[in-house]
Design a protein around this ligand. Structure first.
Ligand code: SAH
Ligand code: SF4
Length: 407
């Protein structure tokens, strides 16, 4: 950072890659309307479409069907017809790591790159607790934004995920966990013992800025929240944004999930450096959009994420300013210990400092737990997953973030 003038740091980069749909498309992640259209295209009469969509929806999202053959309530002819034109393909899990505390990470390979391009891989992290299981999903390969403390932001390649690839992450997680009606549940230490499902919560906190891939993220979340399918309540889904102000109102209106804001600084001059998007949408406009977020109440608070950077944003007067800044907004504050990566221009705040910072927040009436990172053992063993070391910190970050969000 030091040698580069702030004004030279690009606010954002443009997506370099595009998704190329396969000749035989997958029905995973399609909206009900798109499914009806897909059925119409293979000759299902309009009067039949709604009922057929309902059947397919149930097989896909309640039972986790991986082939049309399994859909025994659908006529044999229609199953054959579906099989000729469509698939139920999801992304492929190419590696799995299971931590002693039950945290699981899957390396997920996407298809659909332009000819000659390598398939992309993203990570999906599952964090179990006694009363819930939280899945951390990615919305993009890489990220168009350039937050200076974030490893994803340094990656050159960017591609938006499709709704199918976002829902596909839920599908593969539930496949691996046996979290479908009629499937044999995976057993092991750390898995939730309460409730009837292993994946009960979703956080959009993996790679990418979800509000820069709005339509796909919206469509995917609406599939996940549909009460006749995956049926994860919108109150159990959290979308994290670095502050794409004009999209926050749309997110409220069209998605309606819980919101998390990556705040990280209480002054514009500092936030401009940490989250360069702040130059476009400064703190005051961001907080105004938060105040106007529909459905806010003490039971439905906005989470403010604050990464602890040693000597940068971690003074006690920063903590006090943070409390003042959020006054009047129903809020939760999540302090995230900075996860270092090779070449990162920051260090994590000292533990004592994090505790002092957190005490001020606590004294102001906010619960501010700073948790021990989950899945440490598998993070350490990240090199065993196929990929290069530079991916390691992206994974650590994701696990940490998701861990920090499961309150
Ligand atoms: N792009 C979205 C969602 C993904 S990032 C966003 O920025 O909100 C999820 C959270 O992890 C964000 O709060 C992000 O700022 C934080 N984060 C990124 N890199 C980190 C790191 N190295 N250490 C700790 N937290 C990090
Ligand atoms: Fe993108 Fe979020 Fe990382 Fe910023 S913190 S670069 S918005 S993924």
């Amino acid at each position: 950072m030091t040698a580069v003038l702030e004004s030279e740091i690009a606010l954002e980069k443009t997506p370099l890659e595009r998704y190329v749909p396969p000749a035989k498309p997958s029905l995973v992640g399609q909206s009900r309307a798109a499914l009806a259209e897909a059925l119409g295209a293979i000759g299902v009469a309009p009067a039949q479409q709604k009922m057929r969509v309902q059947q397919i929806w149930h097989w896909l999202y309640v039972r986790g069907a991986q082939s049309f053959e399994q859909m025994t309530s659908v006529s044999k002819e229609l199953r054959a017809q579906l099989d000729r034109h469509y698939t139920l393909a999801r992304p492929e899990v190419v590696a799995e790591q299971v931590s002693a505390d039950g945290t699981r990470k899957w390396l997920v390979r996407l298809t659909g790159e332009a000819p000659g391009e390598r398939p992309h891989e993203i990570e999906c992290v599952y964090i179990p607790e006694a009363d819930r299981g939280t899945l951390c999903l990615s919305s993009q390969v890489g990220c168009t934004l350039n937050c200076s403390f974030c490893h994803t932001g340094t990656q050159r390649l960017v591609r938006n995920l499709t709704a199918g690839e976002i829902v596909g992450q839920i599908m593969v997680a539930r496949d691996r966990l046996g979290d479908w009606l009629g499937s044999e549940r995976t057993s092991g230490p750390g898995l939730p013992t309460e409730g009837d499902r292993l994946v009960s919560n979703i956080v959009m906190m993996g790679m990418g800025e979800p509000l820069y891939n709005f339509e796909a993220v919206r469509d995917a979340i609406l599939v996940a929240a549909d009460g006749d399918g995956i049926a994860i309540s919108k109150r159990r889904i959290t979308l994290s944004t670095s502050g794409v102000v004009p999209m926050i109102a749309r997110a409220g209106a069209e998605i309606g999930v819980m919101l998390a804001i990556s705040l990280h600084a209480v002054r514009d001059d500092l936030r401009d450096k940490l989250v360069p998007l702040n130059r476009k949408y400064p703190i005051a406009t961001l907080l105004e959009a938060c105040r106007n977020y529909p459905g806010l109440s003490n039971a439905r608070r906005i989470t403010f994420e604050y990464v602890m950077l040693k000597g940068v944003n971690d003074t006690l007067s920063d903590a006090k300013a943070l409390v003042r800044l959020l006054k009047g907004i129903p809020a939760k504050i999540n302090l995230i210990p900075f996860n270092p990566w090779p070449g990162a221009p920051y260090e994590c705040s000292d533990w004592e400092q994090i505790e002092r910072f957190s005490q001020i927040i606590f004294d102001a009436g906010y619960a501010s737990p700073v948790r021990t990172p989950r899945g440490r053992d598998i993070l350490a063993a990240c090199g065993q997953l196929k990929s290069a070391t530079e991916k390691l910190s992206a994974r650590e970050r994701m696990a940490l973030r998701a861990m920090a969000m499961t309150d």
